[in-house]
Design a protein around this ligand. Structure first.
Ligand code: FAD
Length: 294
């Protein structure tokens, strides 16, 4: 439970687009379980390499029509020309979508580094500028508290984030991290660089599966503390991984809230249980029932 010093945070949830009928049901169950927490918005990712363009579009517009939630579409620069990318954004606008998470994107499987498509956006900054120019969207962007693997150092990540805000970004959602200190150090560095730190929202990964989370962390450069490795290997032996994950994630969020953070963005991986348990532990009670069920 949070103490009297901390306020109940505003929350948002990230989903990925389902590729099978079974996955569609799982996403819908997840939305059903989490919608009563009244998130500020939910977002739907865009597959690495631009692989889920149509699926993302379908998931975003279906959720927008049927869930009663505010839905943000992720959009990347990968594997599309500028005209194609802006056409996708236009289609979102036509469908009533007002929120975009604008990213450079990860390269397709098998490619090591991002390469701009001929005629495509060369960086996240170019994409943000172009979307901002339309005046149609609230723009959220990625930020990296432990530095992006391609950044020279943390300061380079901060400087690059500043350029995103200058280009028209409204808010930054961070990569996940395992210790509150990582976010707080980054927030301090952002404040020193003159950024409005109220526009930084920490990304939180409830650890449903430690080996998956570990793999993901290694890929995106999130630091893995030794104590965390040890805690999960012991919890696995004792069959208590879920309990540990809920306790650790709740503690991470509480530490952030005690430091004045008032918004959290959860990477749900289309599984509601841990996210819901953590929200409950933070004092976020279910409020509304999902309306207009499809
Ligand atoms: P940027 O922040 O633009 O670039 C990454 C880093 O590289 C920068 O921090 C900067 O230090 C450096 N850099 C890049 N270009 C330059 C330059 N020209 N000069 C100097 N430095 C430079 N990926 C997907 O494919 N689909 C998604 O839906 C998706 N959703 C995400 C959501 C969030 C909240 C986050 C944090 C990440 C998401 N990603 C997604 C992952 C993201 O695409 C990768 O991390 C990608 O490698 C970087 O994208 P970006 O827009 O954050 O890049």
């Amino acid at each position: 439970m949070t103490d009297a010093k901390t306020k109940t945070p505003e929350i948002s949830f990230e989903f990925f687009p389902p590729q099978t009928l079974e996955a569609s049901f799982r996403l819908w169950d997840t939305v059903h379980a989490l919608a009563p927490m009244e998130p500020r918005f939910v977002s739907v990712t865009y597959g690495a390499g631009g692989t889920t363009r149509a699926l993302t579009h379908d998931a975003v517009t279906t959720l927008q029509r049927n869930s009663g939630l505010r839905v943000a579409a992720h959009l990347t620069c990968v594997a599309a020309t500028k005209a194609e990318t802006l056409e996708i954004a236009e289609q979102y606008s036509d469908a009533g979508i007002t929120d975009i998470v604008a990213l450079r994107g990860d390269p397709p499987e098998g490619m090591d580094a991002f390469e701009a498509t001929e005629g495509g956006f060369g960086s996240s900054i170019e994409l943000i500028e172009a979307l901002a120019k339309t005046g149609k969207f609230i723009l959220r962007v990625g930020a990296y508290p432990e530095a992006h693997p391609e950044a020279e150092n943390l300061q380079a990540s901060v400087d690059w984030l500043k350029r995103k805000f200058d280009a028209g970004a409204d808010e930054a959602l961070t990569q996940f991290f395992f210790e509150a200190e990582s976010f707080l150090r980054f927030r301090d560095a952002c404040a020193k660089a003159g950024l409005d730190t109220n526009r930084l929202t920490p990304g939180i990964l409830p650890i449903e599966n430690w080996s998956g989370a570990r793999r993901f962390a290694l890929r995106c450069g999130a630091q893995i503390p030794v104590w965390l490795e040890e805690a999960f290997s012991k919890a696995k032996r004792d069959g208590r991984s879920d309990l540990l994950a809920t306790a650790l994630c709740s503690e991470l969020c509480t530490d952030l809230l005690e430091e004045g953070v008032n918004r959290l963005h959860f990477y749900t991986l289309n599984r509601p249980e841990l996210t819901r348990d953590v929200c409950n532990a933070l004092g976020i009670a279910p409020k509304a029932r999902l309306q207009n069920v499809a």
